[in-house]
Design a protein around this ligand. Structure first.
Ligand code: DGY
Length: 334
């Protein structure tokens, strides 16, 4: 059985609905054909609101669930895990799991699945699109056309940097970093990278050397305790004033206030950000006041085939986990 849970009138006020008692909770509406396999392993409740399922509704709903298919906007912390004594599997429709208390899940023998691999190439495409757009000043040029400030061709109007042949500094040589590096090779770029574990094309260097040398710095790391705030005032000050910063990782990898100051003082040439801290940004956020700062709304993986692949993998993880089988993409239970 599948039922959908819709926000009640006045959603946000407490106690408008009775508790939900399904065994599987999906916290965001997904295409029915993709979630169909869930029906084989239990009753399914799907949150049908346009906004993320409110925290209090999730806490209410998880009391009886064995399987939770969640999004990166849901906080899966100790409070939630304590409210879900029957929970066996958390399956996230994202590769990043920084919103999940993974250690807490392990302590409670709750298995955790995520969606690596299926979004790699799409995220790398977007990373390159952001890099190209900000280096070649495409949003500024487009705005000028719309605003009527496009005059006769002019020798140095709207000139920016070059993509081809640049030195690209990739922070994090995981799946996405490697996919970015493949694209960079095609553009004749020289590659510098940092990584604790993986090797890639180009030269592996320390972060400070990468920051001080690269024409563009591309952040491709997972958000962990070690990478939170990795790029702060000191790191931005090491970057060259004609260098660009691109972030397709998580907003919290960068100190937002420090980035605002660096842009305001012209300490870097520009930024392309698919992720920010906080998310979403309000339209009056200082980052949006810089013509050389391009912000997209966390859409790096948002191609239709990739989002379908992510949802499908999250469903397969949940089904396998609830059956006690090997999950296609389970975080190590280490
Ligand atoms: C992820 O999977 O972690 C991405 O940020 C979603 O686009």
């Amino acid at each position: 059985m599948v039922s959908t849970v819709r926000p009640g009138a006045g959603e946000g006020d407490a106690g408008l609905r009775s508790a939900i008692v399904a065994e599987i909770l999906v916290t965001r509406a997904l295409p029915e054909d993709l979630i169909a396999p869930l029906h084989e392993v239990g009753d399914v409740e799907v949150w049908a609101g346009d906004e993320p399922m409110p925290r209090h509704r999730i806490l209410e709903a998880v009391t009886g669930v064995r399987g939770l298919l969640c999004m990166l906007t849901d906080r899966i912390d100790a409070v939630l895990l304590d409210a879900a004594p029957r929970l066996e599997v958390v399956s996230q429709m994202a590769v990043g799991v920084d919103n999940i208390d993974v250690a807490g899940c392990r302590r409670r023998s709750i298995r955790v699945g995520h969606t690596p691999g299926v979004l790699t190439e799409t995220v790398a495409d977007t990373a390159f699109a952001l890099l190209g757009a900000v280096v070649r000043r495409l949003p500024e040029g487009e705005r000028a056309v719309r605003e009527g400030s496009w005059g006769p061709w002019s020798p140095f109007w709207m000139t920016g940097g070059d993509l081809h042949g640049m030195t690209l500094g990739i922070v994090g040589m995981g799946r996405v970093g490697a996919a970015v590096a493949r694209r960079a090779t095609g553009f004749g770029m020289e590659i510098l990278y940092t990584s604790r574990t993986s090797t890639g094309p180009g030269r592996r260097v320390e972060l400070d050397e990468l920051l001080g040398t690269a024409d563009a710095v591309m952040l491709c790391v997972s958000l962990t305790d070690e990478t939170r705030g990795l790029v702060g005032r000191r790191e931005l000050s090491l970057m060259r004033s004609d260098a660009y910063l691109v972030n397709v990782a998580r907003g919290e990898v960068v100190d937002t206030d420090a980035l605002v100051d660096a842009l305001a003082r012209g300490e870097i040439a520009g930024a392309g950000l698919d992720v920010t801290d906080p998310e979403p940004l309000t339209p009056d956020h200082p980052l949006l006041g810089f013509p050389n700062c391009l912000v997209t709304p966390h859409i790096a993986s948002a191609s239709v085939p990739t989002r379908r692949a992510m949802a499908g993998l999250a469903v397969r993880n949940l089904v396998a986990g609830l059956r006690g089988e090997e999950m296609p993409a389970e975080l190590s239970r280490g």
